[in-house]
Design a protein around this ligand. Structure first.
Ligand code: PMP
Ligand code: GLU
Length: 403
């Protein structure tokens, strides 16, 4: 049977596939440590879950407007205004669209802004879904990688080298998945000003903003909202609750854009998902309108992720000495180089992950899924014990080949 052109080039999500494989092997009784899943290992704070239950009991079981409950759009706008206090910007609820996860927000943005004939610059290494989402919009992803020595962060020169008359957008992610690299405010500003000067849409995925390990500043990574209004051209900010609030299963993300773009995305959503699940919207509403409680819980999770980042880095030095890696400044991934470490016959990151899974029961994601076959990604969103054991086992596989 022939499938439609719409999905002709579509690959399944590698991150989801490795997680599913690890879960299956574990269900079969295998001793598997799953470091593939990109999700916090915490439960959603109880007060957020309670709000969903309360909402349900009070009749919140029906459709909402496609772009989300008006009070949730308002709360999301206010949450962004709190990030950029006293700024030149105001945030209005008609600039917010609430969707079924940030992945859906990205889909809405790409589908609404890009189409056949357009090229979209994708900062690489990239989160595995960006190129597929761009292709679903029938646009072409164009990968652009900053220097490895700069943890792959982009500067205007890198972008200029890949600019063509068809370039319509740029997708940037900071803190980055899979690298954990974080753009400084100055670096963000340079990239944003380049995009503005070239009339390129900037899609800024800031879903990991609050999982940030920089010290001495605000408890979050720099955002496009920190930029002077004159530095930011046409843009869509992608945000969500999955990571910051440990709410991956609730499926709530949102965008901030011009009201014109928001109304197109809302129209698109009105024909696809209608609205994000109503009980999840009640949960998100509580999360976003209780900043003090939220910061207390997010702060605890941030502390745990910071401790694990430090642990992952020191375990790396201990068990996989000599391998280079990006030191994560945010998110919860460690992206490290494995090329050449398992002998001449293991030539791809996929083969490396396969061999490590078979021999040690540790599941990590091949770098090929993120646009760099020399690397693999592990998630340190797991317990200290699991992380230590997994790194020990991976180290044993590599040193068995070395010796
Ligand atoms: N962006 C990035 C960079 C991610 O890692 C994820 C993880 N799933 C998402 C967006 C989507 O998040 P969600 O759909 O769970 O809100
Ligand atoms: N974003 C996470 C990851 O990269 C979750 C899985 C997914 O949605 O891709 O692993």
């Amino acid at each position: 049977m022939e499938f439609s052109q719409n999905i002709a080039d579509l690959s399944p999500s590698a991150t989801m596939a490795v997680s599913a494989l690890a879960r299956r092997l574990r269900a079969e009784g295998k001793d598997v440590i799953n470091l593939s899943a990109g999700e916090p290992d915490f439960d959603t704070p109880g007060w957020i879950s309670d709000a969903a239950v309360r909402g349900l009991r009070e009749g919140g079981t029906r459709y909402t407007p496609p772009a989300g409950l008006p009070e949730l759009r308002e709360a999301a706008a206010e949450s962004l205004a709190r990030l950029a206090p006293g700024g030149e910007r105001s945030f209005r609820s008609d600039e917010i669209v609430v969707s079924c996860g940030a992945k859906h927000s990205l889909f809405n943005a790409c589908f609404s802004l890009f189409g056949p004939g357009d090229e979209v610059l994708v900062a690489a290494p990239y989160w595995t879904s960006y190129p597929e989402i761009v292709k679903l919009a029938r646009a072409a992803p164009v990968f652009v990688k900053g220097p490895e020595a700069r943890d792959f962060r982009l500067a205007p020169d890198d972008l200029e080298a890949r600019l063509t008359p068809r370039t319509k957008g740029l997708i940037l992610c900071s803190p980055g998945n899979p690298t954990g690299a974080v753009y400084s405010a100055d670096e963000l500003r340079a990239v944003a000003e380049w995009a503005k000067a070239r009339s390129v849409w900037l899609v800024s995925d800031e879903i990991y903003r609050s999982i940030y390990f920089g010290r001495g500043g605000p408890n979050r990574a720099p955002s496009i909202l920190d930029l002077p209004a004159g530095s930011l051209g046409p843009a869509v900010l992608v945000d969500g609750l999955s990571k910051a609030f440990a709410m991956t299963g609730w499926r709530i993300g949102f965008t901030w854009s011009s009201a014109a773009v928001a109304s197109r995305m809302a129209a698109l959503q009105s024909h696809t998902t209608s609205n994000p699940a109503t009980p999840s919207q009640f949960a998100a509403l509580e999360a976003l309108r209780s900043p003090e409680r939220a910061e207390r819980d997010i702060g605890e999770m941030r502390k745990a992720f910071l401790r694990r980042r430090d642990l992952a880095v020191s375990l790396m030095e201990q068990h996989l000495p000599g391998l280079s890696y990006v030191r994560p400044e945010g998110a919860f991934y460690l992206f490290f180089r494995i090329d050449g470490t398992l002998g001449a016959e293991v030539t791809t990151s996929e083969a490396w992950c396969q061999r490590v899974l078979e021999e040690s029961g540790v599941a990590v994601v091949p770098g090929s899924a993120f646009g760099d076959d020399r690397y693999v990604r592990l998630s340190f969103a797991t317990s200290d014990e699991m992380l230590s054991e997994a790194m020990r086992r991976m180290g044993a596989v590599v040193s068995a080949v070395r010796s």
